[in-house]
Design a protein around this ligand. Sequence first.
Ligand SMILES: Cc1ncc(COP(=O)(O)O)c(C=O)c1O
Length: 361
Amino acid sequence: MTQKIYNFSAGPGAIPEEVLQEAHKELLDYGSRGLSILEISHRSKEFEEIYSRVRQMVRELLTVPDHFEILLLQGGASLQFYMAPLNLGITAKTVDVLHTGHWSGKAIVEIGKLGSYRIAASSEGDRFKRIPKVERKDFNPNAPYVYMTSNNTIYGTQWHRFPDTGGVPIIADMTSDVFSRLLDFSQFGAVFASAQKNLGIAGVTLVIVRKDLTERCPRNAASMLQYRTHINRNTVYNTAPTFSIYMMDLVLKWYRKEGGIPVLQVRNREKARRLYEAIDCHSLYTGVAETSDRSLMNATFSINGGDAIKEKQFVEQAHKRGFIGVKGHSEAGGIRISLYNAVTLEAVDAVVEFMSDFACS
Ligand SMILES: Cc1ncc(COP(=O)(O)O)c(C=O)c1O
């Protein structure tokens, strides 16, 4: 029998077993039509059904208000680093940015190509091990928006509460924690996330955007880069990543069946509690992120104070026991165990047992 493998990778992340089984079946025969899901046209009735169901499920599961549009785009979150300021910035105004690591750093570079920005708060001085403390007075009330990354996949920090910006809309990169919690959309101008962590597989990016803000985009910008191009179509503008959207459909159906985001949230808290408890109870391990800012999605820790040999042994032995994707990002080093929605409690218990064995060996 093939060894059971647990995927703790930061992305592409784990996918629910049931979803994989369904996709496996429909790869050869989609809905008893004698046709593979891979072959269906993006203009077909079958795909239109999938596409509209996905957008409807996003709206229902996240309770997205009607004045927000739900878009399924390509180019990953990385393209949104440029599209968001192009569409939602106002050239003459300065964007406020909360800088918490690698991904906000990349977004800052793109914002800078289109206009100006101000770092409203940063945790760079603490090597991004924490989330900056901010209050309403730290924000410029005239900024077109406040940009932030809700969960820092690399350093393992997370905004557990979105800041009070005094009404300035937040644009959030939620690539690594979308669908792990409910949102109060009155705070947001847009939320975006590429799919390969909590929404299936790479190739599609979810963008939830307040429609009125999209009118800020210059009309001479490339059509594909304007949100309004995609909003103005009832269906997809160009050939869509049909399989990635289909996978999102299966994942969202699974979320619905499991009881929706509140249920996932409780489960995620419990998974994180068990894992952080294991980190804290063995002196060999040291959590990277400040305790109050620890991410529920990506837990980071060092071994023996950052002992590279021990960390390498941990990764190798973990691999032998069937745990993949636990090596920290090259920028942060150490170990990272990701706990996305599809990671089960059973998987967490198994890795916790391994951590204890490793610490006691
Ligand atoms: C928070 C965050 N933003 C952006 C990205 C980049 O996403 P993509 O590779 O889909 O462009 C990642 C990838 O891991 C991420 O974790």
